[in-house]
Design a protein around this ligand. Sequence first.
Ligand SMILES: O=C(O)CCC(=O)C(=O)O
Ligand SMILES: [Fe+2]
Length: 314
Amino acid sequence: MTDQMIPPVSLTLDDTNPDVFAAELGEEFRRFGFAVISDHGIDQSIIDNAVDRAKAFFALPVETKQKYYIEGGAGQRGYTPFGREAAKGEAAIDLKEFWHVGRDLPPGHPFRATMPDNIVPSEIDDWEAVTRLYKTLDQLGMRLLRAVARDLVLPENFFDDPVTDGNSILRLLHYPAQESTLPEGSIRAAAHEDINTITLLLGAEEAGLQVIDRRTNEWIDVNPPAGCLVINVGDMLQRLTNNVLPSTTHRVVNPAPERQKFARYSVPFFLHFRPDYEIRTLDSCISDDNPNRYPEPITAQDYLLERLREIRLL
Ligand SMILES: O=C(O)CCC(=O)C(=O)O
Ligand SMILES: [Fe+2]
């Protein structure tokens, strides 16, 4: 395993040479299902303020945090306690707790039927900072999808409508320090694939994130340099592209002994299609060598429900 198997691609290339940016991003996506983006342009204070809110929330007493767990809510909003989520097919629990923020929709919006309202922890000041990060990542995600569209030789704005008012979720994640005995077989996040379209991940500079190398079937460390954004293909984009862009298995391993006393915080933004978007295999991704693997289209909402059952959140 070498450092930076997945070399950073600078987002400034998207301004100076958009087709080269799209090609480099596409190459990393096809090879790894992951890419690392440097110079992402997000104001560091927007990230820091949101992460500070997350740290303050997770530092609250367990009973206080528990008030924000929504029974029967499939973990889509608010707090999901330690030990709740397990990766698909995994018996051992993940050593993490998290908070989910969704999209704020105006009164009467049809998607409010499937996208629940956000909740706000009253103990934490300026929770708006978290919403600001949501909006920032939402915009950056759309920009990155324009590059994905160019790389797939689709109209540049192909994804604009499918992700407008999409069911995207910002996850504030806390992997506590590991100073006492751990449950048998548990790691911070067991091997899984993401359900959504693409994921934008901040905070992965603290070691632990690993991805399967599709060529060798071995785990590789992602190790992004400080200040980079990690992005990855989720199952919905994999399905839409007939596996041309692969949703790659990844995990977060436990820290080395000298880092056990440190918690790890990370912030993935799971960018989703709108609930009524029909995921139908792109013609341009079907060929004699790669016949349509998904002849039946499925809406993003039905697909999500299917997957939430598998990870025991529903
Ligand atoms: O914490 C990380 O670095 C990755 C988290 C992740 O893969 C997830 O929450 O789906
Ligand atoms: Fe993930």
